[in-house]
Design a protein around this ligand. Structure first.
Ligand code: ADP
Ligand code: MG
Length: 238
């Protein structure tokens, strides 16, 4: 678990400024959800926190460490994407163990971690299956399992449910809420689905055109949107 502090984060791609000064302190164990229209910079922000993109300006701190110059694997984070590419030729167990094997983790420790994560995610019965023998929701759980076994201090989720059908999306929402309750890890979650945001978030951050429009609890944003954009996106109909 760790706090995440973003100060003055900017990101340009050539002449295009995609993030235009993001300041936010995320508390240890907090579930923060970024919402905003397509193209507003949500994925870029997550990728920048993860170290997959370099910030053009600003500081990123995780715990009490500035991480701008650290590689993604040294930042104590794990990221789960919308398209959760599992290795098709490996079993669920092998998919989850792979990263730990690369890190030369001892075999008994890998086994304990994979089984504990599988237990948490209710996929113990599928450990020997190949990904193609799983449903979309089960595959997504394996992708989350791969992240859990690394015991990150911070989870980053980029629209993890958007490839699932509506019914499954609803069920997985509760699974994310339960996961956060059990692990109590800091979670930064991106979605363009307001209901997902309202259900999961301790705080919602509304992003628009690379700047933060408003930050607050779901209730605060719903009842007191500070501008029309937020009202249109998440606020109560007025
Ligand atoms: P969101 O996730 O909110 O839909 P993105 O962060 O993916 O938005 O993209 C924000 C903007 O940055 C978009 O206009 C997108 O085209 C642009 N962008 C993202 N990645 C790159 C890149 N590697 N090179 C150039 N432009 C990019
Ligand atoms: Mg995106």
């Amino acid at each position: 678990m760790a706090e995440v502090r973003l100060s003055g984060i900017r990101k340009n791609f050539g002449a295009t400024e995609v993030l235009r000064g993001i300041d936010l302190d995320i508390q240890d164990g907090e579930f923060v959800v970024f919402v905003g229209p397509s193209g507003c910079g949500k994925s870029t922000l997550l990728r920048t926190i993860a170290g997959l993109e370099e910030a053009s300006a600003g500081d990123i701190a995780i715990g009490d460490q500035r991480v701008n110059d650290l590689s993604p694997s040294d930042r104590g984070i794990a990221m789960v994407f919308q398209s959760y590419a599992l290795y098709p030729h490996m079993s669920v167990y092998e998919n989850m163990a792979f990263g730990l094997k690369l890190a030369k983790t001892d075999k008994a420790e890998i086994d304990a971690k994979v089984r504990a994560a599988a237990e948490t995610l209710n996929i113990t019965d599928y450990l020997d299956r190949k990904p193609k023998a799983l449903s979309g929701g089960q595959r997504q759980r394996v992708a989350i399992g791969r992240a859990i076994v690394r015991e990150p201090e911070v989870f980053l989720f980029d629209e993890p449910l958007s490839n699932l059908d509506a019914a499954l999306r609803v069920r997985m929402r509760y699974e994310f809420a339960g996961l956060h309750e059990r692990l109590k890890t800091t979670m930064i979650y991106v979605t363009h689905d307001q209901i997902e945001a309202m259900t999961l978030a301790d705080r919602i951050v509304v992003l628009n055109g690379g700047v933060i429009e408003q930050v607050g609890s779901p209730m605060e944003l719903y009842e007191h949107p500070t501008n029309l954009f937020v009202a249109g996106f998440i606020g109560s109909p007025k």
